[in-house]
Every structure is written in structure tokens, then in C-alpha cells.
Design a protein around this ligand. Structure first.
Ligand code: C2E
Ligand code: MG
Ligand code: MG
Length: 523
């Protein structure tokens, strides 16, 4: 195991080729010897009286043909030998990146484990998955995706030692073996290095591509004694890293296994949930703090799970985002919300705005605008009654392209809100330039405004900023009369939270709309 990561395959290949050359040279020697012997025989026959010229020339011809036949036979044998070497290489390497593949990695890991067992040393397995690679593949095409994978592979090779092995498991997954570590922290350092180098922009096909990755780490012997368990546990830890905000690494912990199983089970039944019509929308009112009137509602998805009952978004939306199912689910939510809003309007209920949460994947999908237009057409809902709630990270990650989509949405007449405001990183100059109508102050700040002076200061500052940018400010997660009083004193426009009403089904919301005011209002 003293060979370089993608190099070992190459070195083996080179050694085998050398061997083939050696064999070839030997065969050529034998060939020459045969020709020489025959030539000597022919000359001896010439000397011998009684051998005719015809006989001599026949002998010479026969000898020449024999030489040709022998050369052909050797050529064929060489081709077979080369093909064998190439096949062997192909069987153990990934064609796109040239890195060792899953089979070779398993071999290496088995060898390294045997060695670690004997020497009592630790080793680490790092399971890496690129964040949102599917998005790049879908939006820029597979050729760009392939080039990005090659670029990532090259960078990864620069991060490890000669003795380490990096393999491509398929798709956007890479597994690294660090066969000899002194402490688990060594693995963490390697992971950090990988994340840092991958995060630098990749210039591909005139695109400056940014990609992150999530890495899970398992350590022998703590996290598993055999190759399969170590890889599986590193994979589980990788999902954990993704949950913790991506572009990070996580060590495996035993309690993750139970979560991983639950997650897989959810993903499998999530795939069937749409066709089985198991999703429902609940609606939560938004209240004008001065008038106490309901001025909007937010649609919040729930999953009526056949065995587990009504599930909150926290239990399935992050999983749906990871496996791409959020796209069809999001479309269902948008259509259902628009149809419902229009149905309420048709029933003569007050005209108010309906807000729909839009995840990053939906917002960046190439046909997002097209689907939105078609849904508004189909539901006959005027665009000004639809509001999209987007998080800061959606807006800021690729601000330039977000800007054009946002302006297209604004031109269409759809309203735009920044959800969970204060929890992400917003560039103020972008906030000014984007056509944003509403800032929704995250509930974590609102929660503490009457207890924590820092949170109170942040909320006041956000309200002030919203006012100066001529944006509406709404406080999320309002639960107490004291919070309402504080928000009113700071001239916050709207509030949403359990204090005014929990999210409820469509029928219950229709009754609230009829009344027009929130069920619980301060005097
Ligand atoms: P969000 O958009 O910030 O929604 C507000 C969440 O806070 C809702 O949780 C709501 O029930 C909860 N909430 C409202 N008032 C209070 C309160 O007074 N106190 C407390 N503690 N919580 C309150 P929910 O319905 O569980 O949704 C959680 C998140 O899931 C949402 O956060 C949103 O990011 C996401 N989500 C919900 N529906 C959808 C959807 O259709 N599509 C997408 N992509 N995401 C959704
Ligand atoms: Mg929201
Ligand atoms: Mg929110």
C-alpha cells in the first residue's frame, strides 16, 4: 500500500506492460534463434551434393512463411495480453475520473484492515457526497457535470498522502481510505482540507462553478470492524453532515443508525405519498397588528402518514429536499394553495394573500416560472394574491441569477417575502436591489423579545430597516400578549403565531376568514 491514490492502478498497469514487453523480447529471441537454425540447415543442405536448386528455394520459402506465421502468432498473443491488462484496469477503475472504483476500494480496505488488525492501529473511511450536484447536472447538462466530477477528483488527489486511496463510488459519491491514522482528528483534518479545496470555484465551460460537499467519517475499530460496516457508517454520518447545513463533515455516532433507518423508511414511503394523495395543507393566519384583521394566510404542508399519523414538515421536508422529491411536492402545494385561495374568493370570502414556502430546488428549477404561470392560469388566481416565501440562503447563494428570477416574478405581480429573516446571511445591498415586499422576522428572535435585550434590539433594528427599505415587516412565532405589545410599540406591521391562531385545515380557516379577525386578539 505504498502507492499513490489513483496511481496504484496506473503503476500496476505499467508493471504489467513491462512484463509484457519482457515476454515479447524473449519471444523475439526464440524466433530469431529458430530462423537462424533453419537458415543454418538450409546452408548445410546447399553444401550437400545432390540437393537441387528447386529444393533449396522451396526450403527457403517454407522458412520465410514460417517466420511470418510465427510473427503473426506473437502479435496476436501480445494483443490478447494488452487487452487483458486493459480489462483488468477497467474492472478496477472508474472510466470518467480514472480513480479506483468500488471493487478496488473494497480490496484496499480489506488489506488495510488486515494490517490495522495486526498492528493495532486505527484507520478512517471518509464518505463524501457533493451538495446539490444534481442541480448542476440538471441545469447545465451532463457534460458539464462530468467535467466537474473530473475537476473534483483532481483536487481530492491533491489533499491526500501517497498511502491513501480515493475512489469514486458512482454518481457524485467518493470514498477515501486513510489506512493509517494516529487520531480521529487526522481524519477531520483531511476532511477539512477536502472541503476547502473543493469549495474553490471550478472553471468549466466558461462557468465559474461553486460546489460544496458533505463528508461522513467512520473510524476502525470504534465504528466497525469490517469494510462494509465502516463504509455504511461513514455514509450515515455523511447524511448527518448534510442535515447540519451541508459543506461540513461529521463523525459517525452509534445513535445515527436508528435515524438512518427511519430516514430510509420515510424516503421510501414519501415516494408513494403524492400518488396516494397523502399530503394536506394547513393554513395559518397573518394579522395586521393595528387593525387585528386577517390580512394573509400561509400554507403549510403536512403529511397524513398511513401508519404514523399527521407529520410536520420538519420530519419529511429536509428528506424530500435531499432526494429531489420536494419538486413534485412543492408543485402540488403551489397548485393546491392557488386553487384553495381562488375557491375561497369565489365563495365570497375576503380577498387576502396566500403565502407558499418555496425551497431552493424549486426556485432554481428551469421551469419554475413557467409552472407558476400555468398554475395561476389554471386556478384563475390573480398573481397579486400569491406570495412566495423564500429564505435568505436561496436569495444570496447565487444572487445574480436569483435577481433575474425575482424580477420576473415581481413583473408577473407575485409578492415576495424573505422567510426566517435574521437566521441567514443577507447582503444589504442585494436586499435593497431585490424586489422584496416583506421581511418575516424569524421566530427565534421574536420568542425572546420580552426576555432577551439583544433579541429585542435585533427585532427593532429589522423593523427599522424594513421601514426604510419600504418593506412590510411581519413577526413570526408570536405567542404572547407581551410580544404583541412590544411589536406594536416598535411599529411592526403584521404578526403570525399561536397567539393569533395555529395552522388549521381549510374548513376551519374558512370560518376564521368569515369572521375576518383573529380568534385571539389583545384589547
Ligand atoms: P416557516 O415557513 O417559517 O413556517 C412557520 C413555522 O412555524 C410553521 O411550522 C408554523 O406552524 C410554526 N409556527 C407558527 N406559529 C408559531 C408559534 O407561535 N410558535 C411556534 N413555536 N411555532 C409556530 P411548520 O408548519 O412545522 O413548518 C416548518 C417549516 O417547514 C416552515 O417554516 C417551512 O420552512 C417548511 N415548510 C412548511 N410547508 C412547506 C411547503 O409547503 N414547502 C416547503 N418547501 N417548505 C415548507
Ligand atoms: Mg414560511
Ligand atoms: Mg419562517
Amino acid at each position: 500500500m505504498d502507492d499513490k491514490a489513483a496511481g496504484p492502478g496506473r503503476e500496476k498497469l505499467a508493471a504489467a506492460r513491462e512484463e509484457a514487453v519482457g515476454l515479447r523480447e524473449k519471444a523475439a529471441d526464440v524466433r530469431e534463434e529458430t530462423v537462424d537454425t533453419r537458415e543454418r540447415g538450409i546452408r548445410a543442405a546447399e553444401m550437400t551434393q545432390g540437393t537441387s536448386d528447386d529444393q533449396i528455394s522451396m526450403l527457403r520459402q517454407a522458412n520465410a512463411q514460417l517466420v511470418i506465421a510465427t510473427i503473426e502468432a506473437h502479435k496476436l498473443a501480445e494483443q490478447v495480453q494488452t487487452a487483458k491488462i486493459e480489462l483488468d484496469h477497467l474492472a478496477h477503475h472508474d472510466v470518467l475520473t480514472g480513480l479506483p472504483n468500488r471493487i478496488l476500494m473494497n480490496d484496499r480496505l480489506a488489506q488495510a484492515l488486515a494490517l490495522a488488525r495486526r498492528s493495532g492501529k486505527q484507520l478512517a473511511v471518509l464518505f463524501m457526497d457533493l451538495d446539490r450536484f444534481k442541480h448542476i447536472n440538471d441545469s447545465l447538462g451532463h457534460t458539464v457535470g462530468d467535467q466537474l466530477l473530473q475537476s473534483v477528483s483532481q483536487r481530492l488527489l491533491g489533499c491526500v498522502r501517497q498511502s491513501d486511496t480515493i475512489s469514486r463510488q458512482g454518481g457524485d459519491e467518493f470514498v477515501t481510505l486513510l489506512p493509517d491514522i494516529d487520531h480521529p482528528e487526522d481524519a477531520a483534518l483531511s476532511a477539512q482540507k477536502m472541503l476547502m479545496t473543493i469549495a474553490l470555484p471550478h472553471l468549466i465551460d466558461q462557468h465559474d462553478l461553486h460546489i460544496g460537499a458533505s463528508i461522513g467519517i467512520s473510524i476502525y475499530p470504534e465504528d466497525g470492524l469490517d469494510a462494509e460496516t465502516l463504509i455504511k457508517h461513514a455514509d450515515t454520518a455523511m447524511f448527518h453532515a448534510k442535515d447540519n447545513g451541508r459543506n461540513s463533515y461529521a463523525f459517525f455516532e452509534q445513535e445515527m443508525t436508528a435515524r438512518a433507518i427511519a430516514r430510509q423508511t420515510i424516503e421510501a414511503s414519501l415516494r408513494l405519498a403524492l400518488e396516494r394523495q397523502e399530503f394536506v395543507l394547513h393554513y395559518q393566519p397573518k394579522i395586521n397588528l393595528l387593525s387585528g384583521m386577517i390580512v394573509g394566510i400561509e400554507a403549510l404542508v403536512r403529511w397524513q402518514h398511513p401508519q404514523r399519523g399527521l407529520l410536520e414538515p420538519a420530519e419529511f421536508v429536509p428528506i424530500a429536499e435531499d432526494c429531489g422529491l420536494i419538486l413534485p411536492i412543492g408543485r402540488w402545494v403551489l397548485r393546491e394553495a392557488c386553487l384553495q385561495a381562488r375557491a375561497w374568493q369565489d365563495a365570497g370570502l375576503p380577498l387576502i394573500t396566500i403565502a407558499v414556502n418555496t425551497s431552493a430546488l424549486e426556485f432554481r428549477a428551469g421551469d419554475f416560472l413557467e409552472y407558476l404561470r400555468a398554475t395561476l392560469d389554471e386556478s384563475r388566481l390573480e398573481p397579486r394574491y400569491l406570495e412566495l416565501e423564500l429564505t435568505e440562503s436561496i436569495l444570496m447563494r447565487d444572487a445574480a441569477s436569483a435577481d433575474s428570477v425575482l424580477h420576473a416574478l415581481a413583473d408577473l405581480g407575485v409578492k415576495l417575502a424573505v422567510d426566517d429573516f435574521g437566521t441567514g446571511y443577507s447582503s444589504l445591498s442585494y436586499l435593497r436591489q431585490f424586489p422584496i415586499n416583506t421581511l418575516k422576522i424569524d421566530q427565534s428572535f421574536v420568542n425572546q423579545i420580552t426576555r432577551n435585550p439583544d433579541d429585542a434590539a435585533i427585532v427593532s433594528a429589522v423593523i427599522g430597516m424594513g421601514k426604510s427599505l419600504r418593506q412590510l415587516v411581519i413577526a413570526e412565532g408570536v405567542e404572547t400578549a407581551e410580544q404583541v405589545a412590544f411589536l406594536l410599540a416598535q411599529h411592526c406591521d403584521e404578526g403570525q403565531g399561536y397567539f393569533f391562531g395555529r395552522p388549521v385545515g381549510a374548513a376551519a380557516l374558512a370560518i376564521l376568514l368569515q369572521a375576518g379577525v383573529a380568534p385571539a386578539l389583545p384589547d
